[in-house]
Design a protein around this ligand. Structure first.
Ligand SMILES: *[C@@H]1O[C@H](CO)[C@@H](O)[C@H](O)[C@H]1NC(C)=O
Ligand SMILES: *[C@@H]1O[C@H](CO)[C@@H](O)[C@H](O)[C@H]1NC(C)=O
Ligand SMILES: *[C@@H]1O[C@H](CO)[C@@H](O)[C@H](O)[C@H]1NC(C)=O
Ligand SMILES: *[C@@H]1O[C@H](CO)[C@@H](O)[C@H](O)[C@H]1NC(C)=O
Length: 381
């Protein structure tokens, strides 16, 4: 019975003003300490009062322009950009080794490393690039015998020297980037509102003089990334164009601007000789009038551009009520260690039972205006 009575009680906060120098000084000192900690460390040093969002939604559209000359052909965007959809990752082909008129059939491998003397040299498993080994050793030309393959013939010779399309240095890249920080519903794009139609035709990006121009010269990008254009165009490589959006939303919308940086991403292929650069193969397929299929195989070397968008945005946060922590500390000192702690305790935690209170009837006597406050208090308990 007693336990049940203990359980069905209600505690309400009561403010006790203690006029004591000791506890008063401690209280104010602790408050001062907490406030100066907040201002000095949390606010000014760590900037932890800010809410930060690093999740960024972004879309990138790219468009390359320019004409180049390669092996007596004028090359346009459709010839040297792949994939053609204007994605954030694309390749500009600067060098090609072309093998024309390949048909399905049997033919000797083309490289000296597949040379053989008799069929037995071609029976062991040798990795080939041209096709499946048939196990026969055949004449490649008058002086060289190589293993025969079944596949697309004649086999590609990719050790030849091919020229590079130097004009690619003057090609331009237009980047259109839209971003959104969903937490703050903040949207912006890299085409700033003060960019005129005239600018878009004539400007060229430069980190100091034209930092917001969305048109970049390929030669400049390669140079900003610390690379040599003709070397990179010859071996192929991967460059990163990073667009950073680091914004403080407490400043105006205009102050949130993109910053462009450039870097070589495939530094591993730069530093070792096993797999230098970047290349890939693709083919175009045709059919003769008599129905046989043939293809043109291309080994393409090129510069791959990856447009990477990153960012974070922050805004001020209301400082939380950490000063309350001081009250807890002072209460501990007051109720346990100070002279007369017992009296303070008795004043702070006063027990009231209905018998001590003069009977006044029930709720009906409480004025309506006080009922509102009462229900508020109940909501908190
Ligand atoms: C045969 O082919 C190899 C490899 O392509 C080449 O080095 C060699 O000069 C060729 N020999 C003749 C006689 O054409
Ligand atoms: C690039 O353009 C400049 C100026 O328009 C020109 O002088 C230069 O020869 C061009 N470079 C190539 C490789 O065509
Ligand atoms: C365009 O606006 C940005 C800031 O929004 C500013 O830094 C830049 O100088 C402006 N450009 C011109 C040409 O006024
Ligand atoms: C088709 O024509 C090509 C040359 O034009 C020839 O090499 C090939 O053998 C022909 N194929 C057939 C099935 O006639």
């Amino acid at each position: 019975m007693n336990c049940v009575a203990e359980f069905f009680t209600y505690e309400t906060t009561k403010s006790v003003v203690v006029k004591s120098w000791t506890i008063g000084v401690i209280n104010r000192a602790v408050q001062l300490l907490i406030i100066s900690y907040f201002i000095g460390w949390v606010f000014l040093h760590e900037k932890a009062y800010q809410v930060r969002d690093t999740f960024i939604e972004s879309s990138v559209v790219t468009k390359v322009k320019g004409f180049g000359k390669y092996t007596n052909r004028v090359m346009d965007t459709a010839d040297y950009v792949t994939p053609p959809q204007g994605t954030s990752v694309f390749v500009i082909i600067t060098k090609q080794i072309v093998t024309e008129n390949q048909v399905q059939g049997f033919c000797p491998e083309s490289e000296v490393k597949y040379s053989c003397v008799s069929d037995s040299d071609c029976q062991r498993p040798v990795p080939t690039t041209g096709g499946i080994l048939t196990g026969r050793c055949v004449n490649y030309n008058r002086s060289l015998r190589t293993c025969e393959i079944q596949g697309w013939c004649p086999a590609e010779v990719d050790t030849v020297q091919a020229p590079i399309m130097l004009e690619a240095e003057n090609f331009t890249l237009f980047i259109k980037n839209s971003i959104r920080f969903p937490l703050f519903d903040f949207e912006k794009g890299n085409l700033l509102p003060n960019l005129t139609a005239q600018d878009i035709r004539t400007c060229r990006f430069h980190p100091v003089t034209q930092p917001f121009c969305p048109i970049l010269r390929l030669g400049d990008i390669v140079r900003f990334a610390g690379q040599d254009f003709s070397k990179l165009a010859s071996t192929g490589g991967i460059l990163g164009i990073k667009i950073g959006w680091v914004c403080d939303l407490d400043r105006s919308w205009e102050h949130c601007v993109p910053s462009y940086t450039f870097t070589r991403l495939d530094s591993v292929s730069e530093k070792n000789n096993v797999s230098p650069g970047y290349n890939f193969r693709y083919a175009k397929y045709y059919r003769r009038e008599n129905g046989t299929e043939y293809r043109t195989l291309m080994k393409a070397f090129g510069i791959r551009f990856d447009v990477l968008v990153y960012g974070n945005v922050c805004t001020a946060r209301q400082p939380a009520g950490s000063v309350e922590g001081g009250t807890v500390l002072c209460d501990i000192i007051l109720l346990n260690f100070l002279k007369g702690a017992e009296q303070y305790k008795a004043k702070k935690f006063e027990e009231v039972s209905p018998r001590e209170v003069e009977p006044k009837g029930w709720m009906g006597l409480v004025p309506l205006s006080q009922l509102g406050a009462l229900s508020l208090g109940l909501a908190g308990c």
